[in-house]
Design a protein around this ligand. Structure first.
Ligand code: SF4
Length: 440
């Protein structure tokens, strides 16, 4: 009997300068959502993964089901793809963080929506399809345990598509903090779930690259688990990076194991230098007064920091860009990424701004953290947009890159320069508002 065919599609956001396609025509980060769905699909299905950043879609392809995932900035493209297949009578199911937040909207462009994580419902979806009984929505009542699942089908991804010469993996899901602007808690639940360490290690052992990245939102959310994981990781002699919370700085054993196990950098959400703003975001465990000491401890442990900041909070005025720039330079932070405050649907921030009538744009394609989609309080939307460009261009000028890279210990200089050059290439696509601070 001929196998049924499942086509899994990753849409893209044509507007975003981040996560796009490089000059070489290749794309960046390897996302695991679709390889995970592919792994959950029974063997009597043939599965293809199509990354629209590098390959065109054939809407006339003979497939039994199209599955589309998306983050909010890609949602408009996801909808366009869903409409294209539906028009030709091909069944479409959508899932992922965005459609889980706005299922009614997404359902206009699909036959079915999968809300939340797929593990516990995917087989039911396929059985229902085969029985001609596909439901409008699927949602599992509980969050899946993280152990015992098949490994993501990385073999279905064309690795030549990706510039990053490394693998990605997930050891934990969920987050108990529920910061106002973040969709992680709503999607992955309000507690950390951890994979059995032996499974994580076995997966990493099979990687064909020395370097990899944990896709976890906070690899050290449970310090005991993280320490055990890092302990097991060390003999593999791999190098890796992850997102982590600033709280790792408080635990010197954790920092030491992070580094010994090959952890070379941490992407840390500082978000704001304003205590009041952090409090309102429900992130007051981040303390600006303590930042310099935390940064020193992390960097002295040999871990480079990529600091993430949110700009345009209600407490921010035009001075936020200059203050943030000076903070990065003063603390010799390796690199930083800057995000315009973005009210992702499904977050408390979205509800608040929506209630206040301050959302000015609902084109999800612009919800890419680099465009202004709401009315800021302490400056105009144009100032916020220009300020983002000013900050990127200042932080990644050659002079400032060299100042930061060479004033830190010479260890890992190559890494620091490479990551800065990568951000610099992005920054140079933005206009530099020369007189930003002289215009009053
Ligand atoms: S921003 Fe980070 S700490 Fe806050 S809820 Fe999201 S994942 Fe958790």
């Amino acid at each position: 009997m001929a196998k049924k065919k499942l086509l899994l599609i990753l849409p893209h956001n044509k507007n975003s300068f981040l996560g796009g396609i490089s000059k070489s025509g290749k794309s960046g980060f390897i996302r695991l959502g679709l390889p995970t769905i592919a792994a959950l699909t029974p063997e009597d299905w043939e599965v293809e993964i199509l990354d629209t950043r590098v390959k065109d879609i054939d809407y006339d392809a003979k497939v039994d089901l199209v599955g589309i995932t998306s983050f909010t900035p890609e949602a408009m493209h996801a909808y366009e793809i869903g409409d294209g297949f539906k028009k030709r009578g091909t069944k479409v199911i959508m899932g992922g963080v965005h459609v889980s937040a706005v299922p009614e909207e997404a359902l206009k462009h699909a036959d079915s929506i999968l809300i939340g994580e797929a593990e516990l419902v995917w087989e039911t979806v396929l059985e229902d399809l085969e029985n001609n009984d596909l439901k409008a929505t699927y949602k599992s009542d509980t969050m899946p345990e993280m152990g015992g699942w098949p490994l993501p089908r990385r073999d279905l991804m064309d690795r030549a598509m990706y510039t990053s010469g490394f693998n990605t993996i997930q050891a934990t899901r969920g987050c108990p903090f529920d910061c106002g602007y973040c969709s992680v808690t709503a999607f992955f639940g309000a507690k950390f779930r951890t994979r059995p360490i032996a499974e994580v290690i076995a997966e990493i052992k099979n990687f064909d690259t020395k370097h990899f990245f944990f896709l976890d939102d906070n690899i050290a959310g449970i310090p005991k688990y993280a320490k055990e994981l890092f302990h097991e990781l060390a003999p593999l002699k791999k190098t890796w990076g992850s997102q982590a919370a600033i709280t790792i700085s408080k635990d010197s054993e954790l920092l030491s194991l992070y580094h010994k196990s090959g952890g070379r950098y941490a992407l840390i959400g500082f978000e704001s230098l304003s205590e009041a703003a952090l409090k309102r975001l429900n992130k007051s465990w981040n303390s600006p007064d303590g930042y310099p000491e935390s940064i020193r401890r992390i960097q002295e442990a040999g871990i480079n920091i990529t600091a993430s900041f949110v700009l345009g909070l209600d407490e921010d005025d035009k001075s936020v860009f200059k203050n943030t720039f000076e903070f990065i330079m003063d603390n010799k932070i390796t690199s930083a990424m800057f995000n315009i405050l973005t009210p992702l649907p499904g977050t408390r921030l979205y509800e608040e701004l929506n209630k206040e009538g301050r959302i000015t744009c609902r084109d999800w394609g612009k919800y890419n953290f680099s465009e202004v989609v709401y009315e800021p309080k302490g400056m105009t939307a144009k100032e916020l947009q220009d300020g983002l460009h000013w900050l990127y261009r200042k932080t990644y000028s050659t002079k400032n890159i060299l100042k930061r890279c060479f004033s830190f210990s010479p260890d890992k200089l190559f890494y620091r320069l490479a990551v800065n050059v990568s951000y610099r290439n992005k920054a140079r696509k933005m206009p530099f508002p020369e007189n930003f601070y002289s215009k009053g």
